[in-house]
Ligand binder design. Sequence first.
Ligand code: DGL
Length: 276
Amino acid sequence: MSKREELPVGVFDSGIGGLTVAREIMRQMPREKIVYFGDTARVPYGNKSRDTVLSYSEQIVRFLLSQDVKAIVVACNTASAYALPEIVKHCPVPIIGVVEPGAVTAARATRVGKIGVIGTKATISSGIYDQCIERIRPGTRVLGQACPLFVPLVEEGLWEDPVTDEIARRYLLELMNEGIDTLILGCTHYPLIRKTIGRIVGPSVQLVNPAYETAIELRDLLQRENLLASEAPGLGSAESQYRFYVSDMADQFRAFANSIIKYGILSAKTIRIDQY
Ligand code: DGL
């Protein structure tokens, strides 16, 4: 039996977006093992109802627990907004999402007190970032903009493309006109088109990628719970250290994962998530 601290961390998203969080965990905590699940058969979550996102997320949490994870990171804003508040009530291992860490950083970063948030329809209409930021820094104006076409563009690999440029311009124009100085990338897919977004909003707007702070929060949490891994990974062990599961299209996911995460050739396995 492995010692509890040497067990993997579970990370999940509706698709490839959560890899931006997994990548940050790998960078900041190279000893940790990860079991990643991407719900590639049912992506996108961002235009589904709260009940559907909750039941999908509960299945994924059950799957990750079956893999003996010591903690779970909900690397999806939509699931963090719609499912985490419910799941946290009965999850037997520590679980965190991506919203709180991003909100804290943005609240600290803004000078003019006006923060833009871009995300899926679900995340924006849930008002979760507004509520979090109001708690942290009352009186801050939070302007939300749903960007439903970004997820399919990212999943299609159109990260640097005139079509993405044009759509981003339309989505971001209003926020720019409102004079925001901080913009939260409130969907884990968006850091993959960060260059495009940054070019359009210009250098006076600070982009907040919650992945970075989420990894810091995870480290603090594992430390508090005495769960930080201490064993150094063996040589050439990326394959055993990082395990990837999806609900469909494993080959396509694997190609994406390998272009985002530079830790050698990773493999991905398809599972029937609806059986959990
Ligand atoms: N990457 C996810 C998020 O952070 C969800 C995208 C989607 O499935 O719509 O919200």
